[in-house]
Design a protein around this ligand. Structure first.
Ligand SMILES: [Zn+2]
Length: 146
């Protein structure tokens, strides 16, 4: 099993739930990865020389937390632009936000729901691996329609 990690980095912590001016990347790691290997994988992805720079990692195992749905939508929009693919909204309500790949057969999904009695949105499931051959075709289509 692999775990998808959506990273927000190079930004500023305002408080525990508020992180601003960040960039977005995603990596996929094995379930049994050690913390030091995870740190190395993140550093490699972000092109950080750990012998000269310290990186601080804050993470949530349960799911990634966003202060409200608008923030999550913003993050996912930036994520799909960066990764050159298109996804569609499967469900979008006050309680939940579900994205799937444009290809119905693809395994790419992002499921988030609201924490009870709050604005906070938690990503419950994020599978960032496309099983479809859409990547290139979707990109062409998006560019053609814009
Ligand atoms: Zn896909």
């Amino acid at each position: 099993m692999n775990t998808s990690i959506l990273m927000r980095h190079s930004g500023i912590w305002v408080n525990e739930l508020q992180y601003e001016s960040y960039k977005i990347d995603g990596i996929v790691v094995g379930d049994s990865i050690s913390f030091s290997n995870l740190k190395a994988a993140i550093a490699a992805e972000l092109d950080i020389d750990v012998s000269r720079k310290e990186i601080e990692i804050r993470y949530i195992v349960e799911g990634q937390i966003y202060k409200d749905k608008a923030t999550l939508v913003d993050v996912m929009t930036k994520y799909k632009i960066k990764n050159n693919f298109n996804c569609k909204v499967k469900r979008c309500g006050q309680q939940s936000y579900v994205l799937v790949c444009f290809s119905d057969k693809c395994g790419w999904t992002m499921k988030a729901s609201c924490r009870k009695k709050s604005d906070i949105f938690i990503v419950r499931n994020f599978n960032s691996e496309h099983t479809c051959p859409m990547r290139k075709r979707v990109l062409t289509k998006v560019q053609a329609t814009e």
